[in-house]
Design a protein around this ligand. Structure first.
Ligand SMILES: Cc1cc2nc3c(=O)[nH]c(=O)nc-3n(C[C@H](O)[C@H](O)[C@H](O)COP(=O)(O)O)c2cc1C
Length: 341
């Protein structure tokens, strides 16, 4: 069925298709509709995972960027996702980079994006999260936070501190994003010199809310190991491996097409191997009480299982939703049940 829908979607501009998809997701999240839809998508009780002092009904969640403004949280839950990471949210609203800024690489089951943290800003997003928090049944909700484009790097910690204070009482966990390739200079904050004080600033505001750091797949293992070892000495809850990559190796898509698309972060199938490697690497470097969330190229229950074997407690996806549609979490739950039986 989604094959037919995707045949139409493929002809649409990818960002327009995302907006149409979000309208359907919002419909699925309406009271009455969501309970009904969830009957067909919910995971088996055996998938439940405790993590960060919370009970996740399954390891499968939605990665940051899909629901930047917390508009589709309940619809995504209805479709079988048990945690949703909203954002990246910045203090002030911002429109992001000029379009076109989202591209499909069909032969690679991948996307390239240079959205640039388009979002409604922390005040509007908080209002939506307050409503979700009051619901008796809802998924685990995290917020992924980032600096505004026009905030100088020397003042970036203030943006993150402000965001942490703003969201601490309305989310289940928080993620420091210093790994998106689409905000100039942001990845410089991922070096230990900048990152450690920034994380300390967030921890001071977050109270009891678990704080994670999302890392880039583009640093070398040596660079990442050095940063992760330092992060492991702080009171963070864990690390998310990983954000999109600026690398373009091993793609089927023709070099000329890649050239015409230009800069941006690559996600989806080609990211799977690096993300899996990083999950394994980071798991080995962290103490047992900190978790790894694996994200990047997860397309099936078998991928989820492989990430778990590499040490991920939870797993997220974005690009597979675009290629497989709203049934993706349901399919993953069925495959996990087959693997478990
Ligand atoms: C269009 C798009 C927008 C994204 N926006 C964000 C974002 O705002 N913040 C973030 O941390 N990651 C963002 N990501 C990265 C995803 O959260 C995820 O790390 C990455 O896409 C790899 O997972 P996937 O292969 O399942 O898509 C975005 C990805 C895509 C495709």
């Amino acid at each position: 069925m989604y094959r037919l829908v995707f045949a139409v979607f493929k002809k649409m501009n990818p960002e327009t298709a995302h907006h149409v998809g979000m309208a359907v997701i919002r419909f699925c999240g309406l009271p009455g509709v969501r309970q009904l839809v969830r009957q067909f998508t919910k995971p088996a009780p055996s998938e439940a995972v405790p993590a960060m002092g919370l009970s996740f009904a399954s390891p499968v969640g939605v990665a940051a960027g899909f629901d930047k403004n917390a508009e589709g949280v309940m619809g995504l839950w209805a479709l079988g996702f048990d945690h949703v990471e909203v954002g990246t949210v910045t203090p002030k609203p911002q429109s992001g980079n000029p379009a076109p800024r989202l591209f499909r690489l069909l032969q690679d089951r991948a996307l390239i994006n240079r959205m640039g943290f388009n979002n409604d800003g922390m005040v509007a997003v908080r209002r939506r999260l307050e409503k979700i928090r009051r619901l008796p049944i809802r998924p685990i909700v995290g917020v992924n936070i980032g600096k505004n484009r026009d905030t100088e790097l020397s003042k970036a910690a203030d943006d993150y501190r402000t965001l942490a204070a703003h969201f601490a009482d309305v989310v289940d966990y928080m993620v420091i994003n210093v790994s998106s390739p689409n905000t100039p200079g942001l990845r410089d904050l991922g070096t230990a010199k900048h990152l450690i004080p920034l994380v300390q600033a967030v921890l001071a505001e977050a109270g009891d809310v678990p704080v994670l750091v999302k890392i880039s797949p583009d640093a070398t293992d040596k660079q990442l190991s050095a940063v992760v070892k330092k992060l492991a000495t702080l009171k963070i809850a864990g690390i998310i491996t990983a954000n999109t990559t600026t690398a373009r190796q091993h793609l089927v898509t023709a070099p000329a097409e890649l050239e015409s698309i230009g800069d941006g972060g690559l996600s989806g199938h080609p990211l799977a191997t690096r993300s899996q490697e990083l999950t394994h690497l980071v798991r080995q470097l962290l103490p047992e009480d900190m978790l790894v969330i694996g994200v990047g190229g997860v397309e099936s229950g078998w991928d989820v299982h492989r990430r778990q074997l590499a040490g991920a407690t939870l797993v997220q996806l974005y690009t597979a939703f675009v290629y497989q549609g709203p049934g993706v979490a349901r399919a993953i739950h069925r495959q996990l049940a087959d693997i478990g039986s």
